[in-house]
Design a protein around this ligand. Structure first.
Ligand code: FES
Length: 219
């Protein structure tokens, strides 16, 4: 650094220049705060405990699923049914907002219902994967469409009879069991209930890249 540059650093400048520098410093701090908040919110939101998701007692809300889709689901055990629905999205710190999501509904055969717990130890294991609601309701299981690896949306391949994620090729069986690829766990089942003849769901978003289930947000 030359003598001239060193002198420039020591010179506080005119009052206008000092004011402008202060403004820029404050603006930089404010922007840093916004970026910090964007990074911090998902971390803080991930602290929502599973025990808070009790849709029947006020923790989370139930959203009706379309009758036509549920009829299609009830009529088939060969292929999952893609079901879209809209709801109010609730984050830990942000105001609620409208959202539309889709899930994959699967109707299990009696044999699949009987073997579900064996097939999906990741859902029933106490070490972080267990969910606080029935994973299978009336032979139906509803899988979140969010890939547990990095959050892409996977699809059902009717020829291969597998769910396949287009991003990094994680693959799952029709019961959501992890078959291959980088996903750290099987597919995430969501709460389902029947009320007055309507099927209803609670949307839960779980954290990616974790072998256990950590809630990020819910409806
Ligand atoms: S996001 Fe699905 S495999 Fe990576």
């Amino acid at each position: 650094m030359g003598a001239h540059e060193a002198q420039a650093y020591q010179n506080p400048g005119t009052p206008e220049e000092q004011t402008r520098r202060k403004f820029l410093a404050n603006a930089t701090l404010a922007l840093g705060g916004v970026i910090g908040l964007v990074v911090a919110v998902p971390c803080a939101a991930s602290l929502i405990p599973e025990s808070l998701i009790k849709p029947d007692t006020g923790g989370g809300t139930w959203t009706p699923l379309p009758d036509a889709d549920m009829k299609s689901l009830a009529a088939t055990t060969d292929n999952p049914v893609k079901i879209s629905f809209s709801f109010k999205y609730q984050d830990a710190y942000l105001p609620s907002s409208d959202d539309t999501q889709f899930i994959w509904g699967v109707k299990l055969t009696p044999d699949q219902v009987a073997s579900f717990q064996t097939k999906r130890p990741d859902i029933f294991a106490k070490a972080g994967g267990k969910v606080d609601y029935p994973a299978v309701t009336m032979s139906f299981v509803l899988f979140s469409s969010v890939c547990p690896h990095l959050g892409c949306r996977f699809n059902w391949d009717a020829d291969a009879k597998k769910f396949i994620c287009p991003c990094h090729n994680s693959q799952f069986g029709i019961q959501g069991e992890h078959l291959t690829g980088p996903a750290p766990r099987g597919l995430d089942p969501l709460p389902l209930r029947e009320k007055n003849g309507k099927a209803e769901i609670t949307w839960i978003q779980y954290k990616s890249q974790e072998p256990g289930r950590i809630i990020v947000a819910y409806s």
